[in-house]
Every structure is written in structure tokens, then in C-alpha cells.
Write a protein that binds this ligand. Sequence first.
Ligand code: ARG
Length: 586
Amino acid sequence: MLLERYLESLGAHAIAEALDLDAPRPALIRPTQDAKFGDFQINGAMPLAKELRKPPRELAQPIAAALTGIDAIERAEVAGPGFVNIHLSPAWVAERLTDALRDRDRDGVPAVEDVSKVIVDFSSPNIAKQMHVGHLRSTIIGDAIARILSFLGDDVVRDNHIGDWGTQFGLLIVGMREWGDEAALQADPIKELERVYKLASKRAGGEEDFAQRARDELAKLQASDPENLELWKHFVQVSRGSLDAVYAELDVSFDLWLGESAYHEALPGIVEDLLGKGIAREDEGAVCIFWSETDDAPKSLRKQKTPFIVRKKDGAFLYSTTDIATVQHRKRQLHADRALYVVDNRQSLHFKQLFAVMRLLDVDMELEHIGFGTVLGKDGKPLRTRDASGGVITLASLLEEAKERARQRIEEGIAEGRLRVLPEEIGEVARVVGIGAVKYADLRQNRLSDYQFDWDKMISFQGNAGPYLQYAYARCASIFAKGGLEMDAIAESASIRLDAPAEQTLGKHLLRFGDVVYQAGATSQPHLICEHIYELARAFNGFYAECPVLDADEPTRASRLGLTALSARQIRRGLGLVGIGVVDRM
Ligand code: ARG
């Protein structure tokens, strides 16, 4: 059930009926600021005042009257300058919740009617370099978005557009011949590649001879020289191994790994096409798109002085060229309707330009940059993951630390009698809690803002943190365990009724889930789901504090068990949609 959508349509029809109009008008439904004024507010009378030449309060009166007889609505009243406050009928809400309880596949959330094929381009680290925290954000946010859209019914393709081609490989080839250590490469490939890359780029900076050798090797690689291709493949393969380990830990998967290298053969053709269509022109040997010369350039780019370069003077292609080829491929071969690029805000100019070029090329696809802010350290500066000796902390070791810290918190909780985890389950619970905490700390933020990385707030069983929500789920599950009951059996048989105020508060919150998931999907904002789940956990705790469940008499007992089951499932589903797991006992 999509509550807001349903009420919007009720409101729109009530307006037409009440004011004798020939078509429904927008009801402009909004949740009220304060529950004491009702649950939702209809603002649709206000904009009609001018057209109908009547004061809004006078229009609101018959609208409220028209809404009054409807099942879903207990009462509707005019308020303020002319809006209508509506109070939902608890009995009607309870029936909708019972429907949701029965619907174990979707928890009452309908699938989309028009399915789109959506590419989610996320994670996309550059191999031969340590994945940094920005790539961790992209991985976590992109995975959440892909999960949400898949659940809503879209045809989602997860693509890891890794940086596996480009000038760094010339340097790596000469560098590895010079300083490479195969054993180190096998043991920790990215570390070794990074070490050699740094040495090579330093030497190339001071020694023209060496720099030229690197360029020659790169040219050979790009011309498919077998030996260099072998070397390059080897670098890519070993790096894939360490990336895969991080993805497995994060429970993130991809449908495609079409990195930059996948498109290199298409690049000369892209440049020819842009030149042929007069979109790009040569400038001092390079091929560029000058926005100031482009008539149909978007407004925001007209004043952009630096051009979008698609081929350098030395003939090399760029990130921009590859991205153009990538969109073409996604359109022509994958028949995608949309592509979402989950990439750091700092690349927003790149994507603005890329999308403008695609419009100039008449590629009909919805392209969207899903940007995000920076992770900050406790000092408020961009987080540098370095250990005490100044070495880089790898993402793998960051995740290890998360698990270790979670284990400590769990052991404390057990010692203090707050948590109940069997000794043989501690490892698994620490994994789910530790990884979940890192993900939740990121996902609960509006992705566009920067946020501070803080272990203590992150791994907390109290505030707005992953462990708190996982604990709320386990608490629901424990009610069933204590009663010797199966959640699924209750879901089949229980009828929900909402009598006590705490039941009504919880029930109305539960009914918003569908709207929240739709909104999170439409705006690529996983934090909306986190917010909902956090509020839900609080509403559940309020309910649980006031309403006995197992000790209540029938039919209240079955109803409360039903509410508990639906709350548990919604927490589990909501966390699952953002890639966070739960455990039944803790
Ligand atoms: N490899 C790039 C980076 O690390 C991100 C790639 C994002 N995807 C894309 N199609 N440009 O900055």
C-alpha cells in the first residue's frame, strides 16, 4: 500500500466533488508537523482560491465534509488559513497492516508498474591503487540503491566500471620490470602495485629517458603487444582478487565488470564521430568540446572556459572519452533506460559535461550523477586512513577493525547482562554488527553531506546506529522465541487491531513504509529508509514499554504479536534494502 499516493487520490477526488469541478485537482497531501493536528494535511484548497474567487477556508469546508464519510478517514477538519487536517481511521489502518502482514514477499509494498532498465555504476575503484574511503562510500551507497530499485521491480544492472586502463600502466610495466617483487604481488597485489607505481612515477618525473620508456610500453600495450597485454592482465587479475575479498566482506556483488579497458577499441571512433558532427574541434593538436562555442550547451556550462578534452595532443584518450563510449554501449548493447553514477561530488563537473555531450549526440537515456560528500576524521578534515607509521590503512583492515570493535562491545554487553549471544555465535554476530555499523553510519546521512567517522557513535547499541536497530530486530524475534511461536505462523493468522495510543502510533508509522521505499528509490536517498527504520524502532520500543504482548489476552495478544512480526519484518527488510544484515539472537 502506498499510503500517501492513496490519500492524494482520495483528496483529489474529494476536491472535485466538493467544489463541483470537472476533474480532480492536486490535493497536495503532506504529513502534519504535529500528530495532535492529525496525520496528514491537504493543502489543495489554497491554490484554488484565486481561480474560484473564494477564500480558501470557504473551499476547505466542503472538502472536509466530502472526506468525512470515507473508510480511511476518521475525521477531517478545516484548520489555519484553509487546509484540511485528516485523522486516519485506526480500524482502516489495522486492516491495511493485516494485509501487509500476510504479504511475506513484499511486506505490502507494491512493485513498480513501468519497469526501467537501470545501470548502477558504482564502486569503480582504480586498480593498482588502494581503494580509498570514497570508493567505500560509493560501494555502500551504490549497493543500497541497486537493492532498493531491484526490490521495487526495476531491471537493475550493477556495473563496476573499474579504472583498469590508462597511463599508469606504462609506468607499472617498466616499474615492475625494474623493482617488481612477484611474491609481494601475490601476497598483497594492490600494495605492491602501489609501491612500484610510486617509485616509477617519481623516477619518470626526474628522468625523461625513463618517462619515454613508460610511454613506449603504454603505446605497445594499447597496440595489443602480447607481452605487455599479459603483464597488464596479470596486474588486473591479482588486483581483482583483493577487491573481491572486500566485496565479499561487504556482501556486495556486480553483474558486470566493464572497466575502462573494455572500451578502448571504441575510442578512436568516438572522437571521429564528435569531429564529424562538429561537436568537437581540434585545438593545438588536442580534440576538445568548447562549451562557449556550443549553441545548445546547457546554461550551467556556457561560461565554462576549460573545454571537455576527448583526445590529448599526444593522441591519448581520456576518462571522458571512455565514459562517452560507455554510455553508447549501455544504450546500444544493454538497452538501458537510465544510468546512475554513484561517484564523489568532486566529479560533478565531469558528469555535467559528459551528460551534455550525450545530449548533443542525441543519446536518449536518463543519466544521473548520484554524488556524495566526504568522510571526515575526528579533526574535521578529510579522513586519511593511515596507521601510526604513516602507512595506508587498507579498506580490508578497516573492516577488520569494525568487526573487532563490535566483538568487544558484544563481549561487554554479555558481561553486563545486556546482550545474550552464545559463545559459538559471537564471531558471526560481530561480523554482522561490525560491517552493519560501518554501512549504517554512512547510509543514515544524506549522501550529499560530509560526515564524521566516529567508531564510538558507529558501534552503539543506544543512539541512531546500526547495532541499535539490529538489537531492536533481535528483541522482536526474542518475543517469539520466548513464547515458543513462529513469526510466520502468526503472520498467517493474526488480525491486527489498534486500540492503545502506542499501538496506533506504531501502526501508522508501519503503514508509511511503502511511501518511504518509493521515495528512497525515486531520489536515490537510502537515508530515508534508515530514518524510517530508526523511528520505527523507537515507536516499537514505546509500544513494547506500554503494551504487554505475550501476557495479553486474546484477541489482543494475537494482534500485538502481529504488530511485533510486522515491525520485525520491516526492520529486517529496511536494513536489507540498504545492505545490512540482522541476527535473531543478541
Ligand atoms: N574510477 C573512477 C574513480 O576512481 C570512478 C569511475 C566512476 N564511473 C564512471 N563511469 N566514470 O574516480
